[in-house]
Design a protein. Sequence first.
Lengths: 333, 586
Amino acid sequence: MLVYLIRRLFNVAATLLVVSAVTFGIFFAVPKLTGSDPALMYAGRETSETALQGIRVKMGFDKPISEQYWVFLKGIFVGRDYDAGTEVTHCAAPCFGYSFKSEAPVWQTMLDRMPVTLSLALGAAVIWVLAGVATGVVSALKRRTAIDRTVMVGALAGVSLPIFFTGMVAPAVFVYSLGWLDVSNYKPLTEDPLAWLNSMILPWVTLAFLFAATYARITRATMLEVLGEDYIRTARAKGLKEGVVIRKHALRSTLTPIVTMFGLDLGGLLGGAVLTETTFNFQGLGTAAVAAIGQGDLPVIMGVTLLAALFVVMANLIVDLLYAVIDPRVRLT
Amino acid sequence: MIRRKQALAITAVIAALSLTAACGGNDKKADGSDDKGDKGYSGATASLVNASDAKGGELKLWSPQDVDFLDPARAYYGFVWNLQRLYIRQLYAYDSKPGAAGTKLVPDLAAGEPVLSNDGKTYTVKIKDGVKFEDGSPITAKDFKYGIERVFAQDVLSGGPTYLIDLLDQGQKYPGPYKDTDPNKMGLKSVETPDDHTIVFNLASANSDFKYLLAMPSSSPVPAGKDEGASYTNKPVATGPYKVESFASGKGATFVRNENWDQATDTIRKGLPDKVTFTVTTNPDDMDQRLLSGDIDLAVDGTGVQQAAKNKILKDANLKKNADNPYTGYIRYFAFPQTVAPFDNIECRKAVIYAADPKSLQNARGGPTSGDLGANMLPPGIPGSDKKYDPFNLTSGKPQLDKAKAALKACGKPDGFETTIAVRNNRAPEVKSAESLQAALAKIGVKATIDQYDGKLSSSTIGSPENVKKKNYGIIVMGWGADYNSGSGFLQPLVDGSFILPNGNNNYTEVNDPEINGLFKTAAAAATPEAAAPFYGQINQKVMEKALYLPINFDKALIYHNPRLTNVYFNDSMGRIDLAVLGVGK
């Protein structure tokens, strides 16, 4: 188990290294290779040589690409110095550099935005797993009944409707027309739990609606398949109660693909639920990435990309570890 | 008898129809709105709406665009300059009055008008007594000089306007305070501070626009001891009625009362709300919904509501009375680089101008509420402008194909030619404008290909004359607004030959005409901005005679404000609701 874990962590590190190199290559090296001066992107309307040179030095464009990449990597582990003009300050590890736009450390920006994305992703995940799996199971058990058809039509709608549609309709109906919820903006949980909850309900439901639909359909399909397996027939023949057969035997097997999917989905969302954050004006990691891409703020793009990749590979690792818990046949070696 | 009855019936029907037609004619306007609801519409463009001195409350400002910088030396966005009226002051500022009065500069931190000497080359300004920074320390002449010196540190503080360097460096190559060898960091020679209350600017030649530069945020005082260089943008030191309590890039800022601001020293600002919040949104349609529902007060970016809200406002009298459709000070246009054939030939340029469909171009930008049909290159409000000057009859709103074909013939391309239209990919109205022109040009045999380039790279794409020539960009779509309310502030970067740059160039047509360049010099030497205005009118005429530009429209925006706001008016120098006097009612 320990060897397995060490090997997987090594793989995580290697994956992140590749992701960082590719991202760095795309955003830092490509402009240089195509002969365009990336400093011009930051200069705004005034493009004096003094300003351009200042930007090159500050962003590291004056150094060879390999050195720039090395400085970036080193900063993550040991930090690096930052010249603000008046004084040189040390950016402590993990230092992903400074945003060119805000002059703020990228790591600080990500920490500041992480609670928003965590609130959104985790809350929605609870809803979509519970709702999706429950409806999928009910649908499978009530196969070819009105309940099954109704649930599956709902699931189809959920899969079909894009977030930017449901995200616009939901506030228009529940906030501005019916008035069931207050007009709100994201409030941190630590500041005002009730306002936080009020601001989270619609984004959670909107995001969960999309995922729950997928989970319901997968759960139903897998459950139906499992219910046809020999060991289920054996369990029933042994006289086990139907509830026990479903919970202990059928559901456990059904969960394996669900867990795999959940790990990938949650990992991806933790890196930023871009559409939901944008629609509901949540200043999370997703909107930070979108804004940074719009402005060409390379250090922020690098930081968010790496963090998102970290979430995905770690989620994958956790899922693999969970397999052993869910399915006794799996051994981690 | 029957005939009489029939005649009466016909008369009645005609009368009824005429009445209906007359009513219909009055009701519907070009923008699709009703006249019935026009009471109060655009009221704030001409006068102060909802006057009040009541204090308190929170002014909620939103914007889909983030600030560029809060640092006065680095900010360049127009709406940020408006926001800065809340927390920083300069020697002079635009008066907070509606109409033409709002374009006049009045003393702010200065005790009075500058004293000019040495043939108009020396400006001596006295500083008001009792003015303080947010920490209570007095604002001195050295703080002004230091603030101006920071602009010279372009290696650290890039982003903002650099006019002050152009006028005050005078060959010194001053590197800014961070590399200043003077122990007091007061090494800029053209600015002197004989005492704490006096600052003297020595110009190389007289310049009637210099006061405008002193009114820019980049001329704000900065206390050297509190300067954090590039990081200063996160907590600039306040001199206005509010100070920055918090700021997070991409999220917003909170401004709270500056206890060391004294209303007695300020004739421009009112400082009414207890708190001002600025929120950046990622969803402009949601912002509009909040605005119309009264949850927030104003979309401060000044680009106007989105199409969905626009339709709603124009059809609802109750909403429309809180909306305005002011000029933004911008002009939208096509430029014809003369280095790209066949636009080196004036007749080919004229052919494109005549072939364009002005009404279609206006619709591409969002219809009549997005701006009046452009007639020339100097928008209303800039001294020297004349909206009626329309040498190409563009305000007729129709393509003039006969004239276009005649011009093509005179250009030696009777069957048309091929060219490329360069347009930013992140500006939908500009892309639509390019498509409209492309369709119009096809009617005279000109085949235009649209090249959508990365809008972030404007400086090196269309701003590089070398690249423009290489990519064969015969037509460039762009927009432009003045940095300060003068003909030079608007026209000089566009048409003065000395402003042609290798990168970040705005003189896209690359016009370098000695007569035009000379007129800028003559205007600058004029005693006052008013005396300089006619020269800018002349420059505008020369530019239009050369058919270098096709103006699309004099930009307007449909702005909605929360009816609870007090002292609402559009300042003509900014084309925006002046934040300096806004209050929050109940």
